[in-house]
Design a protein around this ligand. Structure first.
Ligand SMILES: *Cc1c(COP(=O)(O)O)cnc(C)c1O
Length: 368
């Protein structure tokens, strides 16, 4: 059985995404979890993630957490915000709204500012709120809002967090390792991402880059046992042991994916590849008559939302099936107010894939 390309398509979705054969191959080994080899793999991953985040081990640390990306976000919110804390949540998409829902489940006071999905959260408005709401202890926002593809300006909000002495939490799920994020320089205290996005591993765990001092302070605050961030960290920090069963195959795949990221030339090179994919995609699709939903100044290199050409209606399912038969799986839109679809360009995807997709889309439109 070869690469389950039996179905024969590449994913143009923002995670899970198309991984290399070599990443998939290392999962053929059933690794034991208690021995030193395995613990060292965990520790190496934790150290290497700090390098990607451009931070020092003395100031930051990494926690790996079982589950998908949302488990990591929920682990941070539910573990680091104290009972008398309050989160200022700046959202412009479904992932921001999911964070609001988490706050509500945990009864964490949250001032939720909703911005239009095609605009980045407004720093001036946020500053006003910081002045009038001294009870705010944490600021949270999303970096790459995968709902639309917008790349939000977290740097400006980080500066505000620093100026007003607030803890800054960033969901960088779909951008970390695809876009350079100098975590300390942008005053980020907790950054969350996951195995199956720009690192190009497979799904199964999330990771948190955490400010050490703030993580220490959060000891005993967690509202959930399984998602207790401090407790998960304490075990790992001691000897690389995961609390509860670790996703061994996923960890091996992640280790390999980290090697391949380095071989590619690190984040800079990966970013350049994604950006090239995106530029080609946008140019070609605009030529076909599609319009980008997000203003080009804010469009990120991860995923793009397209509006259908004026006066034309496409059936997404039909289009999806047509493209899938020809080798690519695209993504439905997530906007409620417009007919859209999304194309992700991360993972083992190159310009030639974007060119092939353009041809498929062109022939679909000619016959539609
Ligand atoms: C993928 C993603 C998540 C996590 O989603 P899961 O389905 O739980 O992995 C969170 N935030 C953003 C911005 C994402 O792109």
């Amino acid at each position: 059985m070869k690469n389950l390309g039996t179905a024969g398509y590449k994913l143009l979705t923002p995670g899970p995404l198309t991984t290399t054969e070599t990443v998939k191959e290392v999962m053929l080994f059933d690794h034991c979890t208690w021995d030193d080899d395995y613990k060292e793999i965990t520790q190496k991953i934790r150290r290497d993630l700090l390098k990607l985040a451009q931070v020092e081990e003395t100031e930051y640390t990494t926690v790996l957490m079982q589950g998908s990306g949302s488990f990591g976000v929920e682990s941070v919110l539910g573990s680091v915000v104290p009972k008398d804390g309050c989160v200022l949540l700046l959202s412009n998409g479904a992932y921001g709204e999911r964070a609001a829902k988490m706050c509500s489940y945990y009864e964490i006071p949250c001032i939720h500012v909703k911005q239009d999905y095609n605009k980045t959260p407004d720093a001036n408005g946020a500053e006003e709120l910081l002045k009038t709401h001294p009870e705010i202890t944490h600021i949270m926002m999303i970096h790459s809002e995968t709902t639309s593809g917008i790349l939000n300006d977290i740097e400006s909000i980080g500066k505000l967090a620093e100026a007003y002495g607030k803890v800054f939490i960033v969901d960088a799920m779909s951008s970390f390792a695809g876009v350079e994020i100098p975590v300390k320089d942008w005053y980020i205290d907790f950054l969350i991402s996951s195995a199956n996005k720009c690192i190009q591993g497979v799904p199964g765990f999330s990771f948190i880059i955490a400010n050490r001092v703030l993580l220490m302070e959060s000891k005993g605050r967690a509202r959930s046992l399984c998602l207790d961030l401090y407790d998960q960290w304490a075990g790992m920090e001691k000897d690389g042991k995961w609390r509860y069963t670790s996703p061994t195959h996923v960890v091996l795949a992640f280790e390999q994916a980290m090697k391949e990221l380095e071989q590619e030339g690190g984040i800079k090179a990966r970013h350049a590849r994604y950006q090239k994919n995106m530029d080609t995609l946008v140019e070609n699709f605009e030529n076909l008559g599609f319009r980008l939903y997000v203003d080009k100044a804010w469009q990120g290199p991860i995923i793009a939302t397209f509006l259908y050409p004026e006066g034309k209606h496409f059936d997404f399912q039909e289009m999806y099936a047509y493209i899938k038969e020809r080798g690519y799986a695209i993504y439905p839109g997530k906007l409620t107010d417009a007919d859209t679809f999304r194309i992700g360009v991360i993972g083992e995807i190159y310009e030639e894939d974007v060119l092939r997709l353009t041809e498929i889309m062109k022939s679909y439109m000619e016959q539609a």
